[in-house]
Write a protein that binds this ligand. Structure first.
Ligand code: SF4
Ligand code: SF4
Length: 278
C-alpha cells in the first residue's frame, strides 16, 4: 500500500470548501511563495536526525533511520522547526490510505466530504487516487485545494475521482508569478480553463499583496478569465496577512478594506457574479 506524507488532519473544517469537511494537509510543495503562511510544509524531511536530541519533551525519535514525531508528547514549542536546516521540522506522519480512512470514518456522519490540501497535495497524486477511490465508496465529496501546478488534463484518474478544485491563481503575469512562487503560471491558467470546462472548478483565489504584486492588473485579468470560463465561479480575494510568514522574504503590509472593496468592484464590473473578500 502506498504511503502519503501528511502534515495534519483537521476532522471538522468550515473553511476548506463547502459545509463541514475533514481537511487533510499533505507535506511538500513545489512553489516557494514569498508570502507562504506555512513555510514548514514546503520541503520534505531529509532524515538527518538533528532535531531528535533537540526536543526538550522527547517527542522525536529515530526509528530505523526514519524520524518519528509523537504528537502526544509534543508541546508545540517550535524548537524543532527553528533548528531544522531543511526548515520543515518533523511534524508530519507517514500514513497509508487505511490510516486516513480510519480518521475519516470516526467523523463520517458529521461531514459532507473531505478536502485535500497542503503543501501541494497533487504532488502525491498516486496516493490521492488510492485515497479518493476509497472515499468515493463512502459517499463523501472530494475537494482539492491546489496551487495549480499539476496538469489536471494529464491526470485523468485523479481528475475523474475528485468533485471540485479550489485553485490558486496567484498572479496572471508569468514573470510576476515566477518572482512570487519560483515557477511560471502556464499550467495554472490552462488548469483554470480545463477544470472550468468540465465543471470542476469551485473557486479561484488570489492573495492581495500591496507593494509586491500588481494587484489591480491581476484582479482585472483574472476576473476576465473567470468570466470567459463561467461568471458564476467564485472569485475569492484574500487579504495578505503576515501571520506565519518569513519576514526576511517579504516586505509588505495588510491591504486596507478600501483597497479590497475597489478590487472587488473591478472584478464585479468585469462580469464576475460571485466575488468574496476574506
Ligand atoms: S514542537 Fe518540536 S521540539 Fe517542540 S515539543 Fe514538539 S516536537 Fe519537540
Ligand atoms: S525534521 Fe529537519 S532536522 Fe529533523 S530530521 Fe528532518 S530534516 Fe533533519
Amino acid at each position: 500500500m502506498l504511503k502519503g506524507i501528511v502534515r495534519k488532519i483537521i476532522p471538522f473544517s468550515f473553511v476548506d470548501g463547502p459545509g463541514n469537511r475533514t481537511a487533510i494537509f499533505f507535506q511538500g510543495c513545489n512553489f516557494d511563495c514569498l508570502y507562504c503562511h506555512n513555510p514548514e510544509t514546503i520541503k520534505s524531511c531529509i532524515q538527518c536526525g538533528e532535531c531528535v536530541d533537540n526536543c526538550p519533551y522527547g517527542a522525536i525519535s529515530l526509528v530505523e533511520k526514519s524520524v518519528i514525531w509523537n504528537p502526544e508528547k509534543c508541546e508545540d514549542c517550535g524548537l524543532c522547526v527553528k533548528i531544522c536546516k531543511n526548515k520543515c521540522g518533523p511534524k508530519f506522519r507517514s500514513m497509508d490510505t487505511e490510516d486516513i480512512l480510519e480518521q475519516i470514518l470516526k467523523v463520517k456522519t458529521f461531514i459532507s466530504g473531505i478536502t485535500v490540501s497542503g503543501g501541494e497535495c497533487t504532488l502525491q497524486g498516486e496516493f490521492l487516487v488510492e485515497l479518493f477511490e476509497k472515499v468515493k465508496k463512502l459517499g463523501l465529496t472530494i475537494f482539492v485545494d491546489s496551487n495549480g501546478s499539476t496538469d489536471f488534463r494529464k491526470h485523468k484518474e485523479l481528475t475523474q475521482l475528485l468533485d471540485m478544485v479550489m485553485l490558486d491563481v496567484k498572479s496572471f503575469d508569468k514573470d510576476e508569478h515566477k518572482m512570487l512562487t519560483g515557477k511560471d503560471n502556464n499550467i495554472v491558467i490552462e488548469n483554470a480553463k480545463y477544470l472550468g470546462s468540465i465543471n470542476k472548478l469551485y473557486e479561484i483565489r488570489t492573495v492581495i499583496v500591496p507593494e509586491v504584486l500588481d494587484n489591480y492588473r491581476n484582479v482585472n485579468e483574472i476576473s476576465k478569465l473567470i468570466v470567459d470560463i463561467n461568471p458564476k465561479i467564485r472569485y475569492k480575494l484574500i487579504k495578505y496577512r503576515s501571520i506565519g510568514t518569513r519576514e526576511d522574504k517579504i516586505n509588505t503590509h495588510q491591504p486596507t478594506d478600501e483597497m479590497m472593496e475597489q478590487l472587488k468592484t473591478k472584478a464585479c464590473s468585469n462580469g464576475c457574479e460571485n466575488v468574496i473578500i476574506v
